[in-house]
Design a protein around this ligand. Structure first.
Ligand code: AGP
Length: 611
């Protein structure tokens, strides 16, 4: 996690880096810092616990002046979020400053060795070893570039870093080792930048150069030169950036999360665009990786992801089994990467991720590639490492998602998984998807109707905002939605919420039920509805308050539960796209009433680039 930025050129570096860090705050925001080399060759480092804004100079003070600088916004791994643990870190001589994203897995060994040879450490971070390794290499007469590569070569783990030194005040180095959540660089006439991710470079350039594993950018005014592990020049392709307007704007809403929830009907339309032939009732995944013969030969589909993307994968596995009749499972990337999954070239792996930079998912993709599985990714960020690792990509096309809690990319993932399931069915059964195509066409309008009820969630939230624990229950397709609803509540309101398949409740969780433990029960119309009503009755019989999410026309539950939320009637395949919406709105309103930082919840980061 963490975001790093560097600038070198002719303008004051502080404001450019400051804005860059604000744009990377989705990667971590527990502390921040900036180092600037002044015109007199001095190196000034300002850092602080808290968000990037904490770096604003106090009234009457000014920011350090200079045209070369690096900055960092942190998500703590080693060492609590304090000023001394914030980056940039400096060496014993105060000549070098370094910012870092990742985890140095062997930092303890390195730290012991460096301390024994006299290096003074001033933080609890793993990062600090890197700057002392650099210091050592420079002291032995190596060039800055060779020192950086040598220091990087001693690190285990996945790491990205940027550094500057007083002795070469117009040069920055940025090195990527492993996944480490991305590193991009860009230049224009007279200046150049590097950063962890695209948003920081959007105001600067319309084209960037993404670095791959083992590559280092030598960033000087007007120039980015990329070198490989042994210092040889690498010729890179550039990537075009979407226009500035496509990036960060709350559109008048209080929070990005609210704006993004309201964009969900549009996210579904965008994901469908060009992929459905409404006239011929066909799914048209024209550039799909596998030939029809390979699709017919598939033995299984494995969906991998983390957090919300894993929850989307659970929906996808059910859809693929139901619609296409292919065995399908959803697997947590962080578990899969260390397992020995039994898969082969007849296995299709679908790696799901908003960012395309989640370290565990990238590692899981490696694991399955070694076993010759075919890999596609469902991803929102163009040019991300997942899209470059997979054999092909189904882009979500949701636009940037800023809120740490994923919403619109969840429904976009589910839309693409529905299309994928229907496409696999279409090819294997040689049948058009008339019913499904017409259902999908209705989804945005039906979702809009659910979102239009959003004002009523303030009242429901008020009744539940003071509870400490929640249970979420669902069966069938409603179960992964229960898991997603519980995750939303946990991450933005800091309330304990557990999701269970409703049939599992009697095997343990029912012991938790009393008047202090509300249950959110998703009981949409379908074959498991009666079973779900039975489970709701079991909760009520033990005094538990129940919020039920049901389908319009449900007359049975209204008088039996404490609060009821209606969804429009729809085909079962659309149900997850609708049933997740009230759970997002409920979590959002509870978090707002509890005064939580909805868009940047504590301890989290939008993109999890560490293990
Ligand atoms: C979602 O609300 C969470 N912030 C988190 O679980 C997220 O889904 C997870 O970290 C995976 O991210 P990705 O989709 O970018 O891979």
């Amino acid at each position: 996690m963490c975001g790093i930025v560097g600038y070198v050129g002719t303008s004051e570096s502080w404001p450019i880096i400051f804005v860059g860090l604000q744009r990377l705050a989705y990667r971590g925001y527990d502390s921040a810092g900036i180092a600037v080399i002044g015109a007199d060759g001095s190196l000034e480092i300002r850092k602080s616990a808290g968000k990037v804004q904490e770096l604003e100079p106090a009234p009457g003070e000014s920011a350090p002046s200079g045209t070369t600088g690096i900055g960092h916004t942190r998500w703590a791994t080693h060492g609590v979020p304090t000023g001394p643990n914030a980056h940039p870190h400096s060496d014993c001589t105060g000549n070098i400053a370094l910012v870092h994203n990742g985890i140095v897995e062997n930092y303890l060994d390195l730290k012991l060795r460096l301390a024994a040879s006299g290096h003074q450490f001033t933080s609890d971070t793993d990062t600090e070893v890197i700057v002392h390794l650099l210091e050592d290499a420079l002291a032995r007469g190596l060039s800055f570039e060779a020192s950086m590569l040598e220091a990087g070569g001693q690190l285990r783990g996945s790491n990205a870093m940027g550094a500057l030194r007083r002795d070469e005040p117009h040069k920055l180095l940025a090195l990527r080792l492993g996944y480490a959540g991305g590193l991009v660089a860009a230049s224009r006439q007279g200046d150049a930048m590097f950063a962890s991710d695209l948003p920081a470079l959007v105001p600067f350039s319309s084209e960037v150069c993404p670095l791959d594993d083992g590559e280092m950018a030598v960033v000087t005014p007007g120039k980015v030169k990329v070198v490989g592990q042994f210092g040889s020049t690498v010729v890179k392709k550039t990537l075009a950036l979407p226009p500035e307007s496509a990036w960060v704007d709350k559109a008048g809403h209080d929070h990005f999360m609210l704006k993004e929830m309201l964009e969900q009907p549009q996210a579904v339309s965008s994901a469908l665009r060009g992929r459905v032939d409404f006239e011929r009732d066909l799914i048209t995944l024209d550039d799909f990786l596998l030939s029809d013969a390979e699709i017919r030969g598939l033995s299984r589909v494995m969906l991998v992801g983390c957090g919300t993307s894993l929850n989307a994968g659970m929906v996808g596995a059910r859809l693929i089994e139901d619609l296409a009749g292919i065995p399908a499972t959803a697997e947590s990337s962080s578990e899969l990467r260390y397992r020995s999954p039994v898969i082969d070239d007849r296995t299709l792996v679908v790696a799901i991720g908003q960012s395309g930079e989640t370290a565990d998912t990238l590692a899981a993709m490696d694991t399955v590639r070694q076993r010759e599985a075919r890999i596609i990714t469902i991803c929102n960020v163009e040019g991300s490492l997942a899209t470059r690792t997979a054999e092909s990509t189904l882009y979500m096309r949701s636009g940037i998602e800023v809120g740490v809690a994923s919403t619109k990319t969840f429904v976009a993932s589910i839309t693409l998984l529905t299309l994928l399931a229907a496409y696999l069915r279409q090819v294997r059964n040689e049948s058009a998807s008339a019913d499904l195509v017409s259902q999908l066409a209705r989804a945005p309008e039906l979702m809009g109707r659910v979102l239009a009820q959003r004002a009523s969630f303030g009242d429901i939230a008020q009744r539940y905002a003071q509870y400490g624990h929640f249970l979420y229950l669902g069966r069938g397709m409603d179960y992964p939605i229960a898991v997603e609803g519980a995750l939303k509540l946990k991450e933005i309101s800091y309330m304990h919420a557990e999701a269970y398949p409703a049939g599992e409740m009697k095997h343990g969780p029912i012991a938790l039920i009393d008047e202090h433990m509300p249950t959110v029960a998703i009981a949409t119309a379908g074959p498991l509805y009666d079973k779900m009503v039975g489970n709701i009755m079991e909760v009520k019989a033990r005094g538990g308050p129940v919020i039920a999410v049901v389908t319009e026309g449900d007359t049975a539950l209204a008088s039996l539960v404490d609060d009821i939320i209606y969804l429009p009637q729809c085909d079962g395949v659309l149900s997850p796209l609708l049933s997740v919406l009230p759970l997002q709105l409920l979590a959002y309103h509870i978090a707002v009433q509890r005064g939580c930082d909805v868009d940047q919840p504590r301890n989290l980061a939008k993109t999890v680039t560490v293990e």
